[in-house]
Design a protein around this ligand. Structure first.
Ligand code: G6P
Length: 508
């Protein structure tokens, strides 16, 4: 890729690029399609809810993968959004998605809870697939369009896209943590990734600490000056200002409140309690089955409480929803085996004919069912060992329109930075976790309500619409100030070249 390479502009003024499309390819959804035919169903993510209005207003396109191998699909319009599927082959999925994204970057960025694997062929494929996404974005974007790239799977896209289309305003948001330099520095391609991100005008992170970790990586790996939150990147004979700062993401809290007010959903919550035998306390865990979520720590604390008499199986049920995730990655297979073994042991040791200790569900559920579960749960356990945000914590809070229920929240989640009235835990401290569970169960109603009211206020004030407008406002402002100052040194051309194209190109 040379700097001179440019692409003919497309027609979309606002383009979102993410690994997954906001719609899922499904076989015969709800029987709406003839037998054997596939269709599209909107996936319920908060991101699409937040961006939908902006997309409609501004002629939006969304570029992403449809979630299955070798789907060569033509772009189409879905509910006012132009959807542009990017095809990934089985080998792309293995090396770029399961490999580099989810077996290298994911464990590395989550503080090496599971050891990351470094394979040069995975990196090469990550570069190739990122380039494909960047080229598609360049093709779809109108002159001077805004392009917003999402998450760790696509960190090279900002620089690749800037090289193809210097007219564009480019934002990037990292949904997962950005690790401390001592950990990040393990990555053999650490410099290329940092330079890839620096192609953006604004780089958003979940926490202030993540933005700080990124700036430190920039200082260690590049000669660029950082003046928090601005990083000065040499560009076209001058200086391009890149803003790197925290924009904590949120949920569409009004839609959760609305669902929680629905009589059918409240009835379903009652039904759930009854089906569980109306125990005194229902505790709930809701996670993708991922080793970052601390599900094992949670089970250990719960099992010990049943063993030492802190809890009686007649009084408390733990409902654990563990939705299937990345099932072809070895670390996830192993985790599933461990969790299911532990659940089986606890149920075998402490369950009775009429009471099982843990109700374990290896499924994903529609949002309505989740809200019913949130309403039914007296205590919500979020015990992540490291989590960019943890939206489940916010969903629980938004759903508790009765100002009741207790959130037990790990201090290692992004959500903790905002939800300080939750019961705080360090999931590694099993005794502390057990105490927090007992505290949550016996918390007086007045205290529960005071805490939940304040948590709800917080979630309502910073919902996902506020998040996206804050990011986009910053992006538009940053772009207006782009390429301002002339460079102070005359070796800047050299640096400029390395920003747009690292030595040896984007390959390892
Ligand atoms: C996290 C990531 C997302 C990802 C999601 C589900 O929330 O930040 O980018 O889409 O997990 O994982 P999956 O691998 O199924 O897309």
């Amino acid at each position: 890729m040379s700097e001179q390479t440019t692409t003919e502009p497309g027609e979309y003024a606002f383009v979102v690029v993410s690994n997954r499309l906001p719609v899922d390819r499904v076989q015969n959804p709800d029987g709406t399609f003839p037998e054997g035919e596939a269709g599209w169903k909107q996936s319920p993510g908060g991101l699409v809810t937040a961006l939908e209005p902006v997309m409609r207003e501004r002629d939006g396109a969304w570029i992403g993968w449809a979630g299955a191998p070798d789907l060569e699909l033509a772009p189409f319009d879905n509910d006012g959004i132009h959807i542009v599927p990017v095809a990934l082959s089985a080998e792309d999925i293995e090396k770029y998605y399961e490999g580099f994204s989810n077996d290298t970057l994911w464990p590395l960025y989550h503080d090496v809870i599971s050891p990351p694997t470094y394979h040069r062929v995975w990196w090469e494929r990550y570069v190739q697939v990122n380039r494909r996404f960047a080229e598609e974005a360049a093709r779809q974007s109108a002159p001077d369009a805004i392009v917003w790239v999402q998450d760790y799977q696509l960190q090279l896209v900002p620089s690749m896209l800037r090289a193809l289309r210097p007219d564009l305003t480019i934002g990037f948001f990292n949904h997962i943590p950005f690790p401390a330099y001592g950990i990040y520095s393990q990555l053999p391609w650490r410099t290329q990734i940092v330079r890839g991100l620096l192609g953006a005008d604004v780089i958003g992170f979940q926490r202030v600490a993540d933005a700080g970790n990124f700036s430190r990586a920039v200082r260690r790996l590049t000669p660029f000056v950082t003046k928090n939150p601005v990083i000065e990147v040499p560009h076209a004979g001058g200086i391009r200002r890149v803003v790197a700062r925290a924009f904590p993401i949120s949920i569409d809290s009004a839609s959760y409140e609305e669902m929680a007010r629905r009589p059918d959903i409240q009835e379903r919550a009652r039904q759930i309690r009854e089906d569980l035998g109306n125990p005194k306390t229902i505790m709930l865990g809701v996670d993708r089955l991922d080793y970052t979520k601390g599900i094992g720590h949670r089970l250990k604390a719960f099992g010990e409480l049943l063993a030492d008499g802190g809890l009686a199986v007649e009084d408390v049920t733990l409902v654990q929803v563990a939705s299937p995730s990345r099932e072809r990655v070895q670390a996830y297979m192993q985790l599933r085996d461990e969790i299911e073994l532990t659940v089986g042991r606890i149920n075998g040791d402490y369950g009775t004919i009429s009471h099982s200790a843990i109700n374990y569900l290896h499924h994903g559920y529609p949002r309505e069912e989740m809200v019913a579960l949130y309403l039914a749960a007296d205590v919500m356990l979020v015990t992540a060992l490291r989590d960019g945000m943890n939206l489940v914590a916010k969903e629980y809070v938004a759903s508790r329109i009765d100002d009741d229920g207790v959130l037990v929240l790990s201090e290692f989640t992004g959500a903790w930075d905002e939800l300080k009235r939750a019961v705080r835990i360090n999931p590694h401290d099993i005794d502390g976790l057990k105490d927090a569970i007992l505290q949550a169960i016996s918390m007086p109603k007045r205290e529960r309500q005071a805490r939940m009211r304040s948590l709800r206020k917080r979630v309502r004030e910073n919902d996902v619409a506020a998040w996206s407008s804050r990011f986009l406002e910053t992006l538009v402002e940053a772009a207006a100030q782009r390429t301002v100052r002339p460079a102070a040194t005359d070796d800047i051309d050299d640096l400029e070249w390395t920003v747009e194209r690292p030595p040896g190109g984007f390959r390892a």
